[in-house]
Design a protein around this ligand. Structure first.
Ligand code: PGA
Length: 248
């Protein structure tokens, strides 16, 4: 069965609640699509107003992070049940900025992935290599470990429903996009890791995004590759260009 394409905006730490509503209104006519699932992953404080603002459209809302406990003394954190109750459908986990600035590792992310599924959220699990790793030729090994440890003891049934985002760190926010062949090589390797860990059906069903300086002008070529099912978009998700990416 064909995988439905998914284009997600990662707003990062941008947009106040009132700016968020304006952006949603501006993008509304531009992101309509029957064939692509469109997700806005927004800062925690924007979740409630954005869920309200996208009502009646094809857009669903995602979070950019969550904690793995349901509730309790974890000052400053947000739980999966809170996100679900607010109307969130997806959650980005393990973005390279979370790994780099907030010390998130594969073991922690594995707990978050399991909790997301338990609560009924779909994780978008991020992976990606640094420029040094690419130059050393260890990209595929490094990413395989991120996937294997991140998905430790996660069922095939759940993996089949999830999203994995391949984001080379050297391409994030730098304007340097991986070539479509580089992106396809790694996305195919990720699908093969899933095939080995699980089975063909799971590998063919999991959706794999590319992320890293995706723009209206390069999206069509990247998304045209057989193992790339859409994109995770940072900078360009905050502009009208996002509509071009969705409809490319
Ligand atoms: P970028 O960010 O599109 O601005 O490179 C992508 C991401 O970090 O998800």
């Amino acid at each position: 069965m064909a995988r439905k394409r998914i284009v997600a905006g990662n707003w990062k730490m941008n947009m106040t609640p009132s700016e968020a509503i304006k952006l949603v209104e501006e993008l509304k006519p531009l992101v309509q699509s029957d064939s692509v699932e469109v997700v806005y992953c927004v800062p925690a404080i924007d979740i409630v107003p954005v869920v309200e603002a996208v009502k009646g459209t094809n857009v669903v809302v995602g979070a950019e992070n969550m904690y793995f406990e349901d509730k309790g003394a974890f000052t400053g954190e947000i739980s999966a049940p809170m996100l679900v109750d607010a109307g969130v459908k997806y959650v980005i986990l393990g973005h390279s900025e979370r790994r780099q600035y907030f010390g998130e590792d594969n073991a922690l992310l594995n707990k978050k992935v399991k909790k997301a599924f338990e609560a009924g959220l779909t994780p978008i699990l991020c992976c990606g290599e640094t420029l040094e790793q690419r130059e050393m030729g260890v990209t595929i090994d490094f990413i395989s470990t991120q996937i294997k440890e991140g998905l430790y003891e996660v069922s095939a049934e759940n993996v089949a429903k999830m999203v994995i985002a391949y984001e080379p760190i050297w391409a994030i926010g730098t304007g340097k996009t991986a070539t479509s062949d580089q992106a396809e090589e790694v996305c195919k390797a990720i699908r093969d890791v899933i095939r080995v860990m699980y089975n063909d059906a799971t590998a063919e069903s999991v959706r794999i995004q590319y992320g890293g300086s995706v723009k209206g002008e390069n999206a069509a070529e990247i998304f045209g590759k057989p193992d790339i099912d859409g994109g995770l978009v940072g900078g360009a998700a905050l502009k009208a260009d996002f509509g071009k990416i969705v409809n490319c």
